[in-house]
Design a protein around this ligand. Sequence first.
Ligand code: NAD
Length: 485
Amino acid sequence: MTAVESDQGTTSAAVLKVRDPATGHLLDTLPVDGPEAVHATLARAREAFPGWSDTPVEERARALFDIAAAVRANAAEIARIVSREGGQIIAEAEIEVETAALTFEFYAGVARHYGGPAIPSTSATTENIVRKDPIGVVAAIVPWNYPLTLWAWKAAPAIAGGSVVVSKPSPETPLSILRVQELMTSSGLPDGVHQVVVGGAETGHALISDPLVDGIAFTGSVAAGKEILRTAAENLTTICTLELSGHDPFIVADDVDVPLAAELVAFNSFLHTGQICVATERVYVAEAIFDEFVENIVKQARVIRLGDPLDYGTDMGPVMNDRQMAHLEAYVAKAVALGATVHTGGKKSPEHGELFFEPTVITGLTHTQITDMGEIFGPIVPIVPVSSFDEAIRLANDSLMGLGSCVVTGNLERAMQASRQLRSGSVWINSGTNDAFGGPFGGFRQSGQGRELGIEGYEAFLQSKHVTIAHKLEPSPYWFGRRHD
Ligand code: NAD
């Protein structure tokens, strides 16, 4: 299934075919925005920028609250779109829509509160102020796995801070953002403050390489992130945030309730069909409880009900596309060739649809084999025994990625050791992955640069300007001619 295809029929322009991954049905066909359309969109954004950045913060905050209200008023419809285009189970899609609304409300509040400091004056007749000015025109590029949340984490702080935004959703999931764009327009957001361009990597490249762009906020793969950094270097465009791939470890200590720990690890591995940047992709389990843990997580994997994402009884939907399916099948084939044991799953589930893959538990791969095989981004969880908590931490950190890490332990000392020593942007202890609006989210090492959410996720779209104001124009004894008086 190709998302962007050239329409061989009536027109030579490229079109985007958006399909439902659960059924393969065509949901919509959209024209792709080429470089000219992208440039024209950016020109409208540039025009809107001075007015929006000068709009009093109370009015900007009001606009964000109005967007949140409009999203909430249409939540059921938007959640169905999210579920249809991205294969997310409906209960989760509803949370995603609510999260987008809450993000707009959170940054409406932040914008009203947060400003730059007044710093010590250089003299009794001078004031020194640090203004926090908006970056300007922001290009927001979003992947398919959380099309609204990851978009809102960029658009909301940028708009709140006075920037204007051109967003490019994934070519596989543009419909929910396009629907929200309609609501933003009808809720009264001024023209050009937020716009959407549609297309794949080429449209994204046209967007970020245009000199009209001041800042780039990106979530996606490491490969695309590196490409984006190279492109940004051409115009020295500011990188606001780069949120890239993860390969997250989960450490299970020998002091835990094993069935409960297995339930949590299963949830963290298989939620959204494992297509979460902070999904568990490597589990390090204390040797003493290894067999019991594997037995329990296999039980959990077998409880999961695959099916229609719009059915509230479904636990797990499809993977996103043929590429993901081929990747998962190749992963299992390679693991087996290396001598791994597949305890459950390991294959497609065609009775549910072409893109359904069974929750899969694997043992017998070494830590190095797992790290060499890279990001899974699907419902496969490899488990490795470890001889000590120190070894688990060492292996967890032995990765080029550093997005999130999870630990379960009842021992406070171990919990504190993990929170200090784990090299990742988030550490969750006795908890699966979750985000708090006030806390920053992002990656160490190749998992990214900068942080979304929290104050850091607002600062990302601001730049500091040092303003010096003398109380009045007075002669200085250092000026030419006056030095000799
Ligand atoms: P992707 O990198 O293929 O695409 C992401 C977005 O970037 C899409 O909109 C795509 O069209 C665009 N794009 C791709 N190449 C581009 C280029 N050269 N210039 C401009 N735009 C370009 O990723 P995906 O397959 O959509 O999403 C899955 C990946 O995203 C996984 O690797 C996952 O780990 C990562 N991800 C990271 C986070 C995070 O917060 N760190 C969150 C979700 C997903």
